[in-house]
Design a protein around this ligand. Sequence first.
Ligand code: ABN
Length: 182
Amino acid sequence: MNWLDRMTEDSTRKVARSSSRRSFLTRVGTLLAGGAAAVPLLPVARGADTGNGRAEAPTEAGKSGEEFDPTSCAYWRHCAIDGFACSCCGGSQSTCPPGTELAGMTWLGTCRNPDDGVDYIISYNDCCGKGSCGQCLCNRNEGDLPMWMPQKNNDTNWCQGVASQSYHCTIAAVVGVAVKES
Ligand code: ABN
């Protein structure tokens, strides 16, 4: 085979290899795009994710009244809480007090924000590692079911999977917007 034959064969093989790879990738891409469109939407829209798995919370600054006071049991996010509100214990509605650890396991509720009329998914995470805070004991039970449905019962110590099972208080973080089932 002379050098011209070899060069022609090499470049033909190269073209064949790259064009078949391209068409393979095209087919895979089409399959993935089609597959993604076929996945059903979950009932929770995370909205603008802030990077910590929580959605952007609706603005509460400047709003007055008990429904916007995180130290009140009437606070709108507390509609399904059972515990000491961390806002009364040196933390806030979305952060644990210093010296306590946020539990990853959580009780979820759905509360309506009276300002925008939107239903939000609220995560009631317990803060652990210190004895009971003892302040602002709130027991509102929207959506709560008895103990025999443990996944729907808020009267549970969620200080699990953390260094200490000692319960201190509960935060009420907005994690998403509730979407009606169709
Ligand atoms: N999730 C709050 C809580 C902690 C301990 C016992 C009951 C409820």
